[in-house]
Ligand binder design. Structure first.
Ligand SMILES: Nc1ncnc2c1ncn2[C@@H]1O[C@H](COP(=O)(O)OP(=O)(O)OP(=O)(O)O)[C@@H](O)[C@H]1O
Ligand SMILES: [Mg+2]
Length: 330
């Protein structure tokens, strides 16, 4: 009896493990950087804590948001997304909270907002940095009081929603510029997860490249078994400012171009020298282009750029001044 119970428990642990792995199925990569954030997802998902996903464009923030939901006890409840950048600012409030019939001209019937749709599930506020300043207090209030009113309505509606938010904006800087309220920021930043840029985990590029090659070859009914080694080398060496999305789109294009079993990638697009404009090859020009590019890739953080350029911060500052590079140009 005892043995059976132990075995059952063992099996259930194993099943749980398999399940956890399946939850991350669409997230490809084995680097320590990626494992670290998946570990964070596993820790925070079962709780009801608000998760704020930060990271550059194309780094998989949306994938992480979905994984948080799938690994949470709310997984069988709705996962509702609202992309705050995609909705005209005037409509955002009614998208979030809904409205009653007659709330404004044209409100011919009642509309349920995303908060209500997400009841007992997860609400994913994508591009949360784009929420206009005047709407921010209302969002904060709904989160804090776990209740809200539809536009034009008087009834307070209680909600049980787990919030996941994401942005590629620098919220700290936006707070400094008075574009994002600090009270809302701290309410969102209960459990922050930062998705790393692809250039910080290039060891995942080969596995991602193979994954996308298979994905698009299957879609286009092609048989592609091999990525030539010079192609792979070029892929690993490119800095991918658009991150995994850029890599995915590049591979899709390569699969379209491929006719045999070897992937034929348009490598000229991802060779650093290809982006230098012909004609101006003075040392100053090349240096200016290179430094600007590295600064862009490091999000304008001078200390990080200096490390990548292999020079002290002060030297980089002096060079930037000499070459007339200002952060505004980035
Ligand atoms: N680790 C990964 N494994 C597999 N696919 C990935 C991974 N990371 C990102 N992707 C893919 O890259 C694309 C971009 O990812 P996603 O939309 O999650 O990025 P994002 O961080 O939300 O970007 P943005 O800030 O521009 O909205 C998607 O097609 C996604 O499936
Ligand atoms: Mg996104």
């Amino acid at each position: 009896m005892q043995d059976l119970r132990t075995r059952d428990r063992q099996e259930s642990i194993e099943n749980e493990f398999v399940e956890v792995k399946q939850q991350f199925e669409e997230i490809v990569g084995r680097s320590a950087a990626l494992k670290r954030i998946l570990g964070q997802v596993e820790v925070v998902a079962p709780t009801d804590a608000t998760v704020l996903i930060l990271g550059e464009t194309g780094t998989g923030k949306e994938l992480i948001a979905r994984a948080v939901h799938r690994l949470s006890p709310r997984r069988d409840r709705p996962f509702i997304t609202l992309n705050c950048a995609a909705i005209p600012t005037g409509l955002l409030e009614s998208e979030l909270f809904g409205y009653e019939r007659g709330a404004f001209t044209g409100a011919l019937s009642q509309k349920i907002g995303r908060f209500e749709m997400a009841h007992r599930g997860t609400l994913f506020l994508d591009e949360v940095g784009d929420i206009p300043l005047d709407l921010q207090p209302k969002l904060l209030r709904a989160l804090q009081e776990k209740a809200f009113e539809r536009l034009g309505g008087t009834k307070t509606i209680p909600i049980d929603v787990r919030l996941v938010a994401a942005t590629n904006r620098n919220l700290t800087q936006m707070m400094g510029d008075k574009l994002f309220r600090s009270d809302l920021y701290y309410r969102l930043k209960v459990f922050p997860i930062t998705t790393p840029p692809l250039r910080d985990h290039p060891e995942d590029i080969p596995i991602l490249a193979r994954h996308f090659t298979q994905k698009y070859a299957l879609k286009m009914s092609k048989q592609i078994d091999k990525i030539p080694s010079d192609t792979m080398r070029a892929l690993v060496n490119w800095s991918w400012p658009g991150n995994v999305r850029e890599l995915e789109n590049f591979i899709e294009r390569a699969v379209i171009l491929s006719q045999g079993p070897n992937l034929r990638a348009p490598l000229e697009e991802i060779r650093t020298d290809a982006v230098e404009p012909a004609g101006d090859s003075t040392l100053e020009h090349v240096a200016r282009e290179h430094i600007t590019r590295v600064l862009r890739e490091t999000g304008g953080v001078i200390s990080k750029a200096a490390v990548r350029l292999g020079m002290p911060r002060t030297t980089l500052n002096a060079l930037m001044q000499k070459l007339g590079i200002s952060r505004k140009d980035l």
